[in-house]
Design a protein around this ligand. Structure first.
Ligand code: 3HC
Length: 294
């Protein structure tokens, strides 16, 4: 018999990342509860998860039985029901500290007394989150990558107060999910976002300066550096609002090099958020992404 810790997982936020994280947890065999601002929003996330599983069945990457068993482990509920007795709460809400503190404070009322409080934040301070939650030793970052079912890395972020025991439990959780973890000290932007947004922001500035068209700038990194997708397409995949929020935070914390490009602000104001809104630097249709110069 396996001695792995049998988690009950609450994922708070059923958007781009949340439903993918729930898929990974359920696929690993854990009971998974998915919540959002209300139950219909959580159910919409679960429906996306169902579509994602169906695509894997279609491609013969997953049996129909495994897909149904995975889906049966996921319940779309309200946040209180999601957190009742949960042993790990993963918040995947928008990149706003107050919202994350609020969500995790509420979660801590009903969760298991030993529960880990994990944030999928791309850049915000885990130390501040743990301190304001009143459980610094059990608070950490579990930073997943889009699309969560595909990406191998799990960046674990250790706040100043995070205990060794919590990191050990998180490492075991990462192994159960089939992810390769790295443990990173809490510092704005961690190891991944800090580097990732630099390339993305510079690509947007190059577009502003007329260095090349969307397709050429992306092709430069795809063919010249073997990146699986260029920086503009990747920004669309992540969400331009998400990228802007990360850059604003890093600009405040680390300085000028992270100043968000004006074009990025304009696109977010115009509602061109990337793949999730159907239009960013590309138009996203069923036929695939088409460059859309600005
Ligand atoms: N669930 C399960 N599997 C999925 C999936 C999903 N939702 N989406 C795609 N896949 C699988 C496909 O089945 C396919 O498997 P196969 O290779 O065994 O056939 C594989 O992923 C590749 O999918 P596609 O053939 O449809 O498409 P591509 O070959 O173009 O790959 C990609 C798509 C995996 C997204 C690839 O382009 C890529 O790796 N892009 C870079 C992604 C990246 O850098 N992500 C990190 C963003 S930063 C971030 O998330 C951090 C945050 O804080 C902002």
């Amino acid at each position: 018999m396996s001695d792995r810790e049998e988690h009950v997982v609450a994922v708070l936020g059923a958007g781009t990342m949340g439903h993918g994280i729930a898929q990974v947890c359920a696929r690993a065999g854990f009971e998974t509860r998915l919540a959002d601002v209300d139950v219909p929003a959580a159910a919409a996330g679960r429906a996306k998860l169902e579509q994602s599983l169906a695509r894997l069945v279609e491609k013969k990457k997953l049996s129909a039985d495994d897909a149904s068993a995975t889906l049966a482990r996921v319940r779309a509920v309200d946040a209180d029901a999601a957190c009742a007795g949960a042993t790990i709460v993963i918040e995947a809400a928008p990149e706003k500290m107050e919202l994350k503190v609020d969500l995790l404070r509420r979660a801590s009322k009903g969760a298991d007394p030993r529960a880990l409080f994990a944030s999928n934040t791309s850049s915000l301070s885990i130390t501040e989150l743990g301190q304001r939650l009143g459980a610094p030793e059990r608070t950490l970052g579990t930073h997943f990558f889009n699309p969560p079912p595909v990406m191998e890395l799990l960046e674990l972020v250790r706040g100043v107060g995070t205990s060794d025991e919590s990191i050990e439990r998180a490492l075991a959780f990462a192994a159960a999910l089939g992810k390769t973890p790295i443990v990173i000290r809490d510092f704005p932007g961690f190891a991944t976002s800090r580097l990732g947004v630099c390339i993305g922001a510079e690509a947007i500035r190059m577009l502003e300066q007329g260095v090349g068209k969307v397709a050429d700038i992306d092709r430069a990194m795809e063919l010249g550096y073997r990146h699986p997708m260029g920086p503009l397409k990747l920004s669309d995949l992540v969400g331009l609002d998400v990228r802007l929020a990360i850059l604003e935070h890093l600009h405040r914390e680390l300085g000028e090099v992270f100043r968000p490009p004006v074009l990025l602000r304009q696109m977010v104001r115009a509602g061109r958020l990337g793949k999730k809104s159907g239009h960013g630097f590309y138009r996203w249709t069923d036929a695939g992404p088409e460059p859309s110069d600005v």
